[in-house]
Design a protein around this ligand. Structure first.
Ligand code: ADP
Ligand code: MG
Length: 252
């Protein structure tokens, strides 16, 4: 009888302990059997049903599907704004579904950058202060905050508007500031829900150009969109229907 011994073991080396170590690239996000049920007095809505999804670093996912198919719920679960009813979620290899609300907020602040359709800037804080706020929550020292805010504003071409208030900016400019706020903390993933939904086509294109640049710089991006042309900019398109992944297509 012959036994096959892995080369490394033969040579007296330590064998890999987990299969993940043998994969060419570890998944940054791993959802297994994720289900989200909203229970109201009269009805139970299965917003997500048995979702399996693995996302590797540097991917750009476009999430598409009809209204009510679970896109926003999926982003909320991925971004730790909401918790799944069942299933497992590993973020960078660590389980994040069983965290306390405080721990969840810490992970969210440290590792996730959000870009919303409605920008969600704070109206009575300046552009600079809006970008700085999540870094303040994180307890970063003032000098490091300053360096990060300036770098992020420069990246989105908004340095010249640092002292403006959000109300003094166009929608396109406000979304650029929101992108700066999302990237200033150098998150593991960027989540965007219809990031151009409130913009005219010219401003929309420039925000998409910005997202492309972030992707090229190595960011991992998950974007909900109902615009097929925008969806095609991603590296992969995941289609939802009735809370299920019905198609998962590699684009490039
Ligand atoms: P999409 O973003 O694709 O339009 P959503 O994720 O917002 O879809 O919603 C998926 C389903 O879950 C819908 O049927 C919606 O009505 C329901 N839903 C979403 N949020 C809630 C909530 N907080 N309470 C009850 N039902 C909800
Ligand atoms: Mg939605």
């Amino acid at each position: 009888m012959t036994t096959t011994v892995p080369d490394g073991v033969k040579a007296g080396m330590t064998a890999p302990t987990t299969s993940a170590e043998m994969l060419p690239q570890k998944a940054l996000i791993q959802l297994e059997g994720v289900t989200k049920v909203f229970e109201t007095e009269e009805v139970e809505t299965h917003a997500l049903s048995d979702v399996h999804l693995a996302v590797r670093p540097g991917e750009w996912l476009s999430i598409v599907g009809p209204s009510g198919s679970g896109k926003t719920t999926l982003l909320a679960v991925l971004g730790l704004l909401d918790t799944a009813s069942r299933g497992t979620y590993l973020l960078d290899g660590k389980s994040v579904l069983d965290l306390s609300p405080t721990e969840r907020a810490l992970v969210r602040n440290r590792h996730i950058g959000f870009i919303f359709q409605s920008f969600n800037l704070i109206g009575d804080l300046s552009v600079y202060e809006n970008v700085e706020l999540p870094l303040t929550y994180r307890g970063l020292p003032a000098a490091e905050r300053k360096q990060r805010v300036e770098k992020a504003l420069e990246r989105v071409g908004m340095s010249h508007r640092a002292r403006h208030m959000p109300g003094q900016l166009s929608g396109g400019q406000q979304q650029r500031v929101a992108v700066a706020r999302a990237v200033a903390g150098e998150p593991l993933i960027l989540l965007a829900d219809e990031p151009t939904g409130n913009l005219d086509s010219k401003n929309g294109e420039s925000v998409m150009q910005l997202l492309s640049e972030l992707h090229q710089g190595g960011a991992t991006l998950i974007m909900v969109t109902h615009d097929p042309a925008q969806a095609r900019l991603g590296t992969r398109m995941v289609s939802l229907f009735d809370g299920r992944v019905v198609q998962d297509e590699r684009l490039r």
